[in-house]
Write a protein that binds this ligand. Structure first.
Ligand code: TRP
Length: 337
């Protein structure tokens, strides 16, 4: 049986937090264990370049993100795990696809349209002010990421669905002009993906500044848990677990039975202080070994390089011959052929 090819990119900026872990990293690692799939997972560092022009941030984020995925259980022997920038064929394919993509298609991309709309609302003379070609072409680079490996199922957040549809359009156009070459990718959106609240009760997100970094040092981690917003009910008063940030976070890391037990403790009036202490100890236990492995990898970047180099080699075993075939199809081939 041929395996379904699952492919997804991780934009490499920032330090992963509890929300990223429960909502994206853990489910992706679990999915990669499915016998019927073959997973391609990569650090989208050339995508990061569009949003960030700080070389040190790009370097630090790539390292932290690679170490996080490996420390949380991604098995590089099972999954093809690589850095986008290690696969030159992706960028070459990006140009080939750029050459057959209608500009009008890119005009319709949400991120670009939002930038233009913001300029218009601010009465800018130039509607494209501040828009770089990287942002404009972003969906084509994403398409090249996917088509280079004939990715079939693409797990993404809702905001990325449009990009996968564009990838299908571009793949179809290539197939129409040059003959059947690419399979048509399909977005997989996990509606049940967990959304974890942050310190202030809103969705945990870097843009709200309310995150708890996944591998924060123990002392700081305890402090952050203690900072989570609760209400003013006293110990002994029954409390409602629904809508409670502490309970939501606990639930993302436990099964039904543990949650039922915790509901009872809320009903029995457990105090917020005790609850925070309990949650800290619980999460710390869950994350301790992973944090240690993360710190070990962060202190040994040469090992990260070795793992990623092996991943790149595995990936290029697909991309190099496939690109040779694509070049031939478009007429870029040895003169003697
Ligand atoms: N743009 C995606 C995001 O921001 C990351 C990404 C880059 C990606 N290339 C991809 C996702 C290819 C899926 C497939 O989340």
């Amino acid at each position: 049986m041929t395996k379904t090819r699952v492919l997804t990119g991780i934009t490499a900026t920032g330090t992963p937090h509890l929300g990223n872990y429960a909502g994206a990293i853990r489910p992706a690692i679990e999915a990669s264990l499915d016998e019927n799939t073959e997973s391609f997972l990569f650090l989208a560092d050339y995508h990061a370049l569009i949003k960030c022009h700080e070389p040190q941030t790009i370097r630090d984020s790539a390292r932290a993100i690679a170490a996080t995925w490996l420390a949380t259980g991604l098995n590089p022997d099972r999954v093809t795990f690589y850095r986008q920038s290690d696969i030159p064929e992706i960028l070459e394919l990006c140009w080939i696809l750029t050459s057959i993509t209608a500009k009008g298609l890119m005009n319709r991309a949400h991120a670009y349209k939002a930038a233009v709309q913001a300029n218009t609302e601010n009465s800018e003379v130039d509607a494209d002010k501040g828009v770089e070609m990287g942002l404009f072409n972003y969906p084509i680079l994403m398409t090249a990421d996917i088509l280079m490996f004939n990715g079939q199922k693409i797990p993404v957040g809702k905001d990325q669905i449009q990009h996968i549809e564009m990838a299908r359009d571009i793949a179809q156009r290539f197939n129409y002009i040059y003959g059947e070459t690419f399979s048509l990718p399909e977005a997989i959106v996990d509606e049940s993906a967990m959304i974890i609240p942050g310190l202030d009760g809103r969705k945990m997100s870097k843009s709200y500044g309310n995150t708890i970094p996944l591998f924060e040092a123990e002392k700081k981690f305890r402090k952050l848990i203690n900072k989570i917003k609760t209400n003013s009910l006293e110990p002994g008063e029954p409390k409602d677990p629904e809508g409670c940030t502490l309970f939501s976070i606990y639930s993302a890391f436990t099964d039904e039975a543990a949650q039922t037990e915790m509901r009872q403790r809320y009903a029995d009036g457990i105090g917020w202080g005790d609850l925070k202490k309990f949650l800290f100890e619980y999460l710390n236990d869950e994350l301790k070994d992973k944090r240690e492995e993360y710190n070990r990898l962060m202190a040994d970047p040469a090992e990260l390089d070795r793992i990623l180099a092996k991943g790149a080699e595995k990936a290029r075993a697909h991309s190099a011959p496939f690109l040779a075939d694509i070049r031939h199809k478009i007429g870029i081939s040895p003169m003697s052929l």
